[in-house]
Write a protein that binds this ligand. Structure first.
Ligand code: C2E
Ligand code: CA
Ligand code: CA
Length: 906
């Protein structure tokens, strides 16, 4: 294990090259040696074979020469005996038989001539004329006194037509006086004399030839081309020695082959035998043997080659594997050094009976060494039990379990003082992962304190509301079941207080989100202060809060909390920065296990109770009652019905006339929506408009109203009805983008109406908005020449600056103030103030909800411009209202006389 020490030497050649070259070299060497040895063996073999061939040839030659010598000697002796018989007893009868028996198979005959050459007797009956007077051998004997044997040149047999060459062996016969008396002779065929046939199988040469000493051929046995070769090879060898042999160079012969040439004289006779053997023939005779040797040599070389190639491949592969392992180690080393984790490689130390008693650090990276306040060389080789800042027992236990299980991963907390990281004094969390390798264990240690912290923070964040830092809805949903079972265990009840702010939307729309956020934090602080420490305050989202009241004995505890909350919120209004707005809360209470035992239902019931509180007039609490559930259901049902009603006959536009306060003549109309529900009958706009706003239905509803209105105006215009202009109510939600303006213009254009034939009624909160888009939209509408009227004036907080800036056309005094006229001082003062401001800014004042003559009288005194209310007429269908527009006064007209109030601007 040395992945921490650099082990790669970079070289310019690939790592397998030396191996390849080594193997090629070794194989070549061995092949050369083996080839050399084989060559030597085969060569010496060939040399020996040549030696053998030489020897065998010479033996064969000698054997033949011996054979011929025997025959000739025999004939010689017979001739001597025959001559003796002739000279002494003049009979030669017995010799033929004798010769026949002693020289078996030899084709021969004996004969005797007289001094004149006539045949006296012959052993073999022949048809030929036996006359030899002119035969050379006869003449030789006649001339010479020599009594030895004469050997003739080969001649063709005289008395035989077959023309077989024969040899004549003869001696001279003298008479008593010593004169020539004839010859005794033996005639033998050259072939018989040579006797080559008898030993043919054992002869060792291609060609044998029996010759006379002067080179004349007696008989030759062998293929024709060898006969021709003999003519070139044979050049009087006897001049050299009586017997011998030599290699005749191939250059002498037509086929270029060397030939063994062997010769042997035949006893003391003038004859000799020669033999000729081409070298190839000699080696052909050893062909099988040589082939075998050659094949063996080639096979051995091939074997060496194969072994070499296989060895080389195996070696290369193992080298490649080694390189691969090396590279992996190298990569691992680099990775280990670059790792954020500490890495230790440890090896178990075995005690007696193969039990693990300790572990030794085999290797580690820098991070690992640093963790333990050492350097890497200091740590390598150390036993775990001797490394100081470690909790050794615990560490050994961990390693043992890795050995047993293969992979172990855990996270553990390190107390501050024991934390081995020197620069970290506080405690933290580490993650350990041990993996068993072949003989060791690799352990990675990672500091996970930070990620644990983050995880914890994230977990908290997920259940915490960012604005108020209160637990959120998620937390409540997660925790509620647990709280409920705890209540069960303690035999207690648990109450949920669902708190919804009543007019937060107006604050938010008027003052903007930033102020809205401030309201929410103020409220949340206020709520926190109003409940007990043991109660849990949750922000559900928006302006909804929940108080979880645990361990109560009955409703009264919950009611008491609700009262405290209501009081606290109302007190807050006096001190809060939002000044003129008054924020109240509606609270719904559900109690476990009285109302339900299910957590989701408990939440839902608190919600329902809260709606009941709102419906009952807001700023109060309601304890859940199963009847409320029906109310909520109706609400949901109504919303669904409303969606279907839009565009149908169920929805209608009614019109309420507005008259001049003094003349009583109709000046304009207000369009008001009416919903005739098929089951529930007439549903007032105060109920269905908020429903529509809640579900976003106000947009399609608003467009439908616009369409109806324009169609109606077109019809009235066509009928020549002089209605002045018609104002209609627009929700703030409708001017959050340019959609309303675009469809308004399109609609007016479509029905050919002037922008002056309509007016928009907007509530005060819309006027006070800080939404840039809404302000821009209002300005655009204003620029188009569409009159803007402020509805329900006096209930909200109008920005006077904006009233002026937008050149508002009309202020409509909220009916609550009109109806308070003469009843309370506040209403009188407010109505007076509105008239002063309005007239100072050049804005017309309209009083709505005028029901009595007294109210009319008061308003006339303030200088009110228009009157709208039941005193004049309620809202009527289009055809009914049309009948009121006659130009006749709808009120008893009076002269306009302004009343002076103290402090009023002139
Ligand atoms: P608003 O704009 O203040 O409309 C005047 C309301 O006062 C109408 O109630 C009208 O019928 C009623 N009213 C008229 N004269 C008298 C009177 O002498 N005494 C009393 N007590 N009431 C009188 P309505 O029609 O129920 O409308 C309620 C509210 O619904 C309206 O208040 C308006 O804010 C809203 N609304 C009605 N129609 C529409 C509409 O088409 N679009 C929108 N966005 N809101 C509408
Ligand atoms: Ca209105
Ligand atoms: Ca109004």
């Amino acid at each position: 294990m040395s992945f921490l020490k650099s082990s790669s030497e970079n070289s310019w050649y690939p790592p397998y090259l030396p191996v390849l070259l080594g193997w090629v070299g070794a194989v070549l060497c061995v092949m050369t040696l083996a080839g050399g040895a084989a060559y030597t063996v085969i060569r010496s073999d060939l040399a020996r074979q040549q030696q053998d061939a030489l020897y065998e040839t010479s033996v064969s030659t000698r054997v033949l020469a011996e054979e011929v010598a025997n025959t000739v000697r025999h004939i010689d002796q017979v001739l001597e005996l025959m001559r003796n018989d002739m000279e002494n007893i003049r009979s030669t009868e017995r010799f033929d038989r004798f010769l026949q028996t002693t020289l078996q198979h030899k084709s021969l005959r004996t004969f005797i001539t007289d001094a004149n050459g006539y045949l006296l007797q012959q052993a073999k009956v022949s048809d030929a004329v036996p006359y030899y007077a002119d035969a050379p051998f006869f003449l030789d004997h006649k001339k010479s006194l020599y009594r030895g044997m004469n050997i003739s040149d080969p001649v063709l047999q005289r008395e035989n037509a077959s023309q077989v060459p024969v040899m004549l062996f003869s001696r001279r016969v003298n008479n008593a006086q010593g004169d020539f008396a004839g010859v005794v002779a033996v005639e033998i065929t050259a072939e018989s004399l040579a006797g080559f046939d008898i030993v043919e199988d054992t002869l060792y040469a291609r060609l044998f030839s029996l010759k006379l000493i002067d080179g004349l051929e007696v008989f030759t046995a062998g293929p024709p081309q060898e006969r021709r070769a003999l003519e070139r090879a044979d050049s009087d060898p006897l001049a050299q020695s009586l017997d011998g042999q030599r290699i005749e160079p191939g250059s002498k012969f037509a086929d270029g082959q060397n030939r063994i040439f062997s010769w042997q004289s035949v006893g003391s006779y003038p004859l000799y035998v020669v033999a000729l053997l081409p070298e190839t023939t000699a080696s052909e005779m050893n062909l099988d043997k040589n082939k075998f040797r050659l094949t063996t040599a080639v096979l051995i070389l091939l074997l060496i080659l194969v072994v070499g190639v296989v060895g080389c491949v195996v070696h290369l592969r193992s080298k490649a594997h080694q390189t691969y392992v090396q590279q992996i180690r190298e990569a691992f080393r680099l990775a280990a050094e670059g790792m954020q984790e500490a890495l230790y490689i440890v090896k178990p130390v075995y005690g007696p009976s193969r039990s693990v008693i300790d572990f030794v650090v085999e290797d580690c990276n820098d991070q690992a060494a640093r963790r333990l306040g050492r350097t890497q060389p200091e740590l390598v080789g150390k036993a775990i039990s001797t490394i100081a800042p470690l909790d050794n027992e615990q560490m050994l236990e961990f390693m043992r379990s890795v050995l047993k299980l293969g992979i172990v991963e855990d996270e553990l907390q390190i107390p501050g003082q024991d934390n081995p990281v020197p620069d970290q004094t506080t405690g933290g969390w580490i993650q350990r992962r041990g993996v068993k390798t072949q003989s060791s264990i690799a352990i990675t240690v990672r500091d996970v304190s930070e990620s644990r912290k983050q995880r914890a923070a994230l977990a908290t964040m997920a259940v915490t509301d960012a604005l108020t830092e209160l637990p959120n809805r998620r937390w409540l949903i997660d925790q509620l079941p647990e709280k409920l079972s705890l209540a069960d265990k303690n035999g207690k009840q648990l109450a949920l207080l669902f708190i919804d702010l009543d007019n937060f939307k107006a604050v938010n729309d008027t003052l903007g989100h930033k102020a809205g956020d401030q309201v929410l934090t103020d409220i949340s602080d206020c709520l926190r202060g109003s409940v007990r420490a043991s109660d849990i305050l949750v922000r559900l989202g928006g302006d909804e809060f929940m108080v979880v009241v645990e361990a109560i004995d009955d409703f009264t505890n919950a009611e008491e909390r609700a009262m405290r909350v209501l009081n606290a919120v109302s007190r807050l209004n006096d001190t809060a920065s939002w000044g003129a707005f008054s924020v109240t809360a509606s609270i719904g209470i559900s109690v476990y296990p009285i109302h339900t035992t299910s957590a989701p239902e408990l939440l839902q019931f608190a919600d329902i109770a809260m709606y009941a509180a709102k419906a009952a007039g807001k700023a109060q609490y309601r304890i859940f009652n199963h009847d409320y559930a029906g109310a909520l259901q109706r609400r949901v049902q109504l919303q669904q019905d409303l969606q279907k009603a839009i565009g149908s006959e169920q929805l209608r536009l009614y019109f309420q006339p507005r008259v001049d306060s003094y003349t009583g003549i109709v000046t304009s109309l207000e369009a008001l929506a009416r919903w005739q529900h098929p089951l529930h009958g007439a549903i007032p706009p105060s109920e269905f408009i908020p429903l529509a706003e809640e579900r976003g239905l106000i947009i399609p509803l608003g467009e439908w109203i616009l369409e109806c209105l324009c169609r109606q105006l077109r019809a009235w215009d066509d009928a020549g009805l002089r209605y002045g202009r018609v104002s209609f109510n627009v929700s703030g939600l409708q001017i959050k983008n340019d959609r309303f303006r675009v469809s308004l213009l399109a609609c007016l254009t479509r029905f050919g109406l002037s922008t002056r034939s309509i007016a928009l009624e907007l509530t005060e909160s819309v006027l006070g908005t800080d939404s840039a888009v809404m302000v821009e939209e209002l300005t655009h509408l204003q620029d188009l020449g569409i009159p803007l009227e402020i509805d329900d004036f006096g209930t909200g907080l109008s920005s006077l600056a904006r009233l002026q800036h937008l050149q508002v056309d009309v202020l409509k005094i909220d009916k609550s103030f009109v109806q308070g006229l003469g009843q309370d001082m506040k209403s009188d003062a407010l109505c007076n103030a509105i008239h002063s401001i309005g007239h100072a800014l050049g804005i017309r004042i309209v009083a709505e909800g005028v029901e009595t003559l007294h109210q009319l009288e008061q308003l006339r005194k303030f200088g009110c411009d228009e009157i709208q209310g039941f005193l004049v007429s309620e809202a009527l269908p289009a055809h009914a209202v049309a009948m009121l527009i006659t130009g006749e006064p709808l009120l008893e007209p009076i002269e306009k006389k302004l009343m002076r109030f103290p402090g009023r601007a002139a």
